[in-house]
Structure formats: C-alpha cells, structure tokens
Design a protein around this ligand. Structure first.
Ligand code: F6P
Length: 319
C-alpha cells in the first residue's frame, strides 16, 4: 500500500479536521502518500483529489466543519455512480480509502468494497452518535456541549418569565443528543424517538412543575409525535397552554471541536491508517470501553443503537 485517500461525507461534524490531520500525519510516518478527496462521494466521482501534507493540515485542529468539504450525493446511491468513483480511485492510484461519516457514508463504502473491491474503512463522524458498535462518534461531544450552552441561555429567560419552552435538538432517529442535554440542563421532560411520548404524561409533568414556573421540554427531532412545533401545538390544542419553541438546528454542527472530539478524531485516524496497512476493509474503526475496535460496516446500521433505558429512567428521577 503506497497511497491512501481520506474523505468526509454526510453532515459535517466538529473533530473531522483533527481526524484528517491525524490520517495525514500518521500516514506520512508510515511512508504513505495521503490524498484528500474534496466534497465527499460527489468529489470522489468527479475526480477532486489533492495531495495532503503537513502544511495543508496545519492549523486545522481547532476549526469546525471539514476542510475537505462534504456532500450528500444521490448519484453515489446508484451502481453507475459507484463505478465512476471506483474508476477515479484507480486512475489516481489509490490503494485504500478512509471514509469519515455516518451510516449513509458507511452504506456507500460497503457497496464500493463489494462491487469494486476497493479497500475501505469507515470512521464514525456524525453528531448523532447513532452508529452501533462505537461508544461515541466524532462531533457528538462538541454538539451536546453546544446544545447545552444554548439551552442554559434559554433557561435563563424561561426562568425569569416562568415560561414553558419546547426546545428541539438534532439527532435524526436517535435521541442521544436530546437525552444527554436533557439530563445536563435539568429538563422537566425529554421526548426521544426510542420511547413513545405520551402527551397527557407530558402535560401532567408541566402541571406538577407549576404552570407559572419555568418548564423546559427537550424534543429529539426524530420523536414519533413530530418535533417541538408539533408537541407545543398539541399541548395548546388539548390543554390551552401556550409555549415558546426554539429549534436549535445547525448551530449544533458548528464550532470549534471539544478536546474529546479532537482526541477521538486523532485516535480513530491513526487506527484507520494502521487498519488499512494490516489489510482490513469493510469495517468501521470505532471505540468501545476506550479501546479501538473494528466492526463490520453492515453491523453498524443493521443493529440499532438506542438511548439506554437507564438514562430514560434517570431523566424522570431527576425532575
Ligand atoms: O446527521 C447529522 C444531522 O445534523 C442530523 O442530526 C440531522 O437530522 C441532519 O444531519 C440534517 O441534515 P442536513 O444538514 O443535510 O439538513
């Protein structure tokens, strides 16, 4: 193996740059040439490749987003798109690839390996923390801290006015962000996709808190009842109770990565380079009980990682 490539794909996540930097630095130490693919799978198909070196990867550790850019590529979902990508990878002499992203990225990587035999390993890069087989993902720690900081600020005004607030956080079909920030910020109720949300129970919780008191309800965007807007509407329609709604949105994806995300990105980057050199492919390089693990890519989406019941219970005990 002489030349490897790294790319970031799907939603950007803080810590991806530390990851790219680690791949470049460790790759260089192992005698490899490291190529950065610009713009995710779209760039892979279009031939947007550039050589990475120490200078290109300098001063990026503390930057949010991804210097390699990213995309969600519908074309790569088709066999023709993947054939185009494989052709480009071969034309650029790429012997192995590191794909940093979430489950969509991993699906693509798996297909590329199956259809074209291109050695490829995945590294978990998503704020959602929803990949089975790894305890955490690059970007998650920063995202929950960003969300918590915003929620603390909303709490100040909610407390001053004695208002009911519904705050929606990201996480797609997983409630990790919602549950962690709910506990961290002392929410009165946390609605997550993993459990059914009972509007009557929610209302009783609001009443128990006191209708003239500050009440914070955290809503994971994937909750089966809909997001924060829908929940607030239901509480208004059924009980005549008004509320304020805040959707935190993409601020959760931005900002300088936390130390944890930088270290995680670096560890996974180094381990991914070594995994390729050892002949691994079609696996995710993850972290479990603080040890690096290799998990078959298909398992990361076939098995569902969900918020553990003990956290759900804890969130109700703390109100
Ligand atoms: O997967 C990361 C994530 O931010 C999810 O939490 C969210 O549902 C989705 O991406 C939003 O994607 P986009 O930025 O493409 O709208």
């Amino acid at each position: 193996m002489k030349r490897i490539a790294v790319f970031t794909s799907g939603g950007d996540a803080p810590g991806m740059n530390a990851h790219v930097r680690a791949v470049e630095r460790v790759g260089e130490k192992r005698g490899l040439e490291v190529i950065g693919i610009i713009g995710g799978y779209a760039g892979m198909m279009a031939g947007h490749y550039e050589v990475l070196d120490r200078i290109r990867t300098a001063n990026i550790l503390d930057r949010g987003g991804t210097v390699l850019k990213t995309s969600r590529s519908p074309e790569f979902l088709l066999p023709e798109g993947r054939a185009k990508a494989a052709e480009q990878l071969r034309a650029h002499g790429i012997d192995g690839v590191i794909a940093c992203g979430g489950d969509g990225t991993f699906h693509g990587a798996h297909e590329l390996w199956l259809e074209h035999g291109i050695p490829i390993v995945g590294t978990p890069g998503t704020i959602d923390n929803d990949l089975w087989g790894t305890d955490t993902t690059i970007g998650y720690d920063t995202a929950i801290n960003t969300a918590a900081e915003a929620i603390d600020k909303i709490r100040d005004t909610a407390d001053s006015h004695g208002r009911l607030f519904f705050i929606e956080v990201m996480g797609r079909h997983a409630g990790f962000i919602a549950m962690d920030v709910g506990i961290a910020c002392g929410a009165e109720f946390v609605a997550v996709p993993e459990t059914l949300t009972d509007v009557e129970v929610l209302y009783q919780r609001i009443v128990a808190q006191g209708l003239d008191k500050r009440t914070i309800v955290i809503v994971g965007e994937g909750d089966e009842l809909g997001g924060a807007v829908e929940l607030s509407k239901q509480i208004e329609e059924r009980y005549g109770l008004g509320s304020k709604v805040t959707i935190l949105g993409h601020i959760q994806r931005g900002g300088s990565p936390s130390v944890r995300d930088r270290v995680l990105g670096a560890r996974l980057g180094a381990a991914a380079v070594d995994a390729l050199l050892e002949g691994a492919s079609d696996v995710m390089i993850g972290i479990a009980s603080n040890e690096i693990v290799r998990v078959p890519l298909h398992q990361t989406w076939e098995q569902r990682k969900t918020v553990p019941p003990y956290l759900v219970e804890l969130s109700t005990l703390l109100v």
